[in-house]
Design a protein around this ligand. Structure first.
Ligand SMILES: Cc1ncc(COP(=O)(O)O)c(C=O)c1O
Length: 388
């Protein structure tokens, strides 16, 4: 039935292939019988395969068993869920937090709970697909502003009138470009609108901090990176699935917002809770990075090392401000060819193509777990590709 569509994708260099690991996550992974230096995962701090997380999960499993058995509202949650939510709220400096089953489930559940037909969402042009889907599901009017362009956002906000709510939605770290949203300017803009009492409604700022949590602001996330104190009108969503090495997500904000989404987010109400073992692993990951800054420092020093080396051999990665480092390619085929070249030489760097991004690229992610020899291997292959 779909053979023709698949053939077309193949012709356009857009057919994707799922490769499965034969090892745990880490700086070196096995695919089939071969080992690869891995630059593809979002396991920024190397926690996904950490024994402390595995032990916490095992202990929770012994106490609570594996499956959660029901949604949180039907007592699918445990005391571990509640403890994790309290620790996230304390860490993020908010009244409360609620755990969601994934980042995707959080964004597609929370945005429709916050906004409906009468409301307007202003969304950055490069926001993650889960935010885009959340906007669509909300049925609010969605107005897209140019990537990180605050003047454009302000002009659109002045132009678009509603008697309902306005919500600004942005990734904090853009997952395919590795650049950071201008949060100070966004914050100032939203604060001035909220202070002006032009409408009696508060403007909300919804931040997807999936790639900022555990990475920016000494791990605390993007608001802390910009030295911004949480406000009642800011909602910080983040994930346990990336730097925290576990799975699941959270939304942290004011008490009323968290209570409202706990009553209205369909991905929370109508989906089985995360298993206690997953929650226990996320909890110890949060504790670890709050106590020990060493891993975050290693992540950033590895990133600086790689960026300098790339620059020295003529790759311009100046757009990236984080451990996500894209190398744009001239075509989809070129991205695939380069990725295959790395694969042949035992390095895994995925090609990212439409519809994930408009412009094809290699997406390199450096982590705290990489050793110098791993980074040097990548650089020497990139040098060969440049013919230098
Ligand atoms: C910015 C952003 N938000 C949300 C998600 C979804 O998170 P999860 O993988 O936990 O569903 C991702 C994952 O790729 C992401 O990059």
């Amino acid at each position: 039935m779909f053979e023709e569509n698949i053939r077309k994708l193949k012709e356009q260099g857009l057919l994707r292939q799922i490769r499965e690991r034969a090892s745990g996550q880490g700086p070196v992974i096995a695919i089939g019988r071969r080992k690869f230096v891995n630059f593809s995962s979002n396991d920024y701090l190397g926690l996904a395969n950490h024994p402390v997380l595995a032990n916490a999960a095992t202990q929770a499993m012994h106490k609570y068993g594996f499956g959660a058995g029901a949604s949180r509202l039907l007592v699918g949650g445990t005391l571990l869920h509640e403890k994790l939510e309290k620790s996230i709220a304390a860490w993020k400096g908010t009244d409360a937090a609620r755990v969601f089953n994934s980042g995707y489930a959080a964004n597609t559940g929370i945005l429709p709970a916050l906004a409906s037909e009468n409301d307007i969402i202003f969304s950055d042009a490069l926001n993650h697909a889960s935010l885009i889907d959340g906007c669509r599901l909300s049925r609010a009017k969605t107005v897209v502003y140019r990537h990180k362009d605050i003047r454009h956002l302000q002009a659109l906000m002045n132009r678009c009138k509603t008697s309902g709510k306005k919500i600004v939605v942005t990734d904090t770290v853009f997952s395919m470009d590795g650049d950071i949203a201008p949060l100070r300017d966004l914050y100032d803009l939203c604060r001035s609108v909220n202070a002006s009492h032009i409408t009696h409604r508060t403007l909300l700022l919804y931040l997807d901090d999936a790639h900022g949590t555990g990475v920016l602001g000494k791990g605390k996330g993007a608001l802390s990176h910009f030295n911004i104190k949480p406000e009642r009108w800011i909602i910080q969503m983040g994930t346990f699935s990336k730097a925290l090495g576990a799975f699941g997500a959270f939304a942290a904000g004011s008490d009323d917002v968290v209570r409202w989404i706990s009553n209205r987010a369909r991905s929370l109400l109508f989906s089985t809770a995360l298993p206690p073992a997953v929650i226990a692993a996320a909890s110890v990951a949060v504790q670890m990075i709050r106590k020990d800054r060493g891993l975050i420092e290693k992540l950033w020093s590895n990133r600086e090392y790689l960026i300098k080396a790339l620059y020295a051999i003529g790759y311009d990665s100046t757009l990236s401000e984080t451990p996500i480092i894209p190398i744009k390619t001239s075509s989809n085929e070129a991205a695939v060819r380069m990725s295959q070249f790395f694969f042949k030489h035992g390095v895994y760097v995925p090609a990212i193509r439409p519809p994930t991004v408009k412009e094809p690229r290699l997406r390199i992610v450096v982590t705290a777990a990489h050793e110098k020899k791993h980074l040097d291997k990548l650089v020497s292959l990139l040098k060969q590709l440049k013919g230098t």
